[in-house]
Design a protein around this ligand. Sequence first.
Ligand code: 13P
Ligand code: SF4
Length: 305
Amino acid sequence: MNNCELKKLIVEEKQKTGTVILAHTYQDPDIIDVADITGDSFFLSKKAAEIKAERVIMCGVRFMAESVKILSPETQTILPVPSATCPMAEQILPERVREFKKQNPEAEVVAYINTTAALKAECDVCVTSSSAIKIVDKLKADDILFIPDQHLGSFVKEKLPHKNIILWDGYCPVHAQLTAEDVIECKKKHPGAVFAVHPESPAEVVALADMVGATSEIINYAKAQKGEVIIGTERGVVDYLALHEDNGERFIQLAPEKLCCEDMKKISLEDVYKAIKGEVGEKIELHEELRKKALVSINRMLELG
Ligand code: 13P
Ligand code: SF4
């Protein structure tokens, strides 16, 4: 079956079964095409809280499907490929967070949304890359443990020097590969271009950027420019821009060989079809006590962000 036929079948099955497809912007353009809601982590979380559907197929990675389940427990939530996980989500154990809180009772623990539900349940508040500065700034505590991404954490720390932000040593294996040389080389080839980057990137890369922001912020910034824009984030963003903008060739992918998230790309159109038919995928189940604890930190993020 070709992709056109598959897409037609997916649309028919969606209507028949009352299924809503959510897709992160990093997904393959064919999946974006059949999705009902697309966006970055913050947008998808906001939408997950509003969803009234019986069933959601989450095209992204496991923590995103868990966030849907945390926010909409009545909704059957399916992750089409169970092995699609964000490696950063498990770079700190929940026990270490508990230990830290015991030793630092006055401090607050801030978890990047790219964490497991078990970690969210131990934290005081979640943040996304687009809401981290705003939320951390609003917290009463001066001492803050930021988990797990050291690069996003140090970006926030630099913007909020009045807070004592303690960093964990986690990182995104995709963005962390970027170097200042990658940017300098690309700028040589595109001398007039501006450079937008995701804050999961190392500080030496962020220092060279004209704009630092989450997926949706990079998209909005790139669209608003007249000339060439170098995009320093996962390849799906340039694919998305090329699909949605007439003059897509002005968006230049930085280090394309590095900026591909294998986990985000694990889901194929065929997997989506089979997941709707109930042939593949994992139904996300969370222990109710853990779900309620994780919900507190996500709800706080939605309120403060
Ligand atoms: P956003 O918060 O920008 O959607 O990022 C999610 C992510 O996994 C980035 O690598
Ligand atoms: Fe995780 Fe990085 Fe992939 Fe985003 S790009 S899902 S942070 S590994």
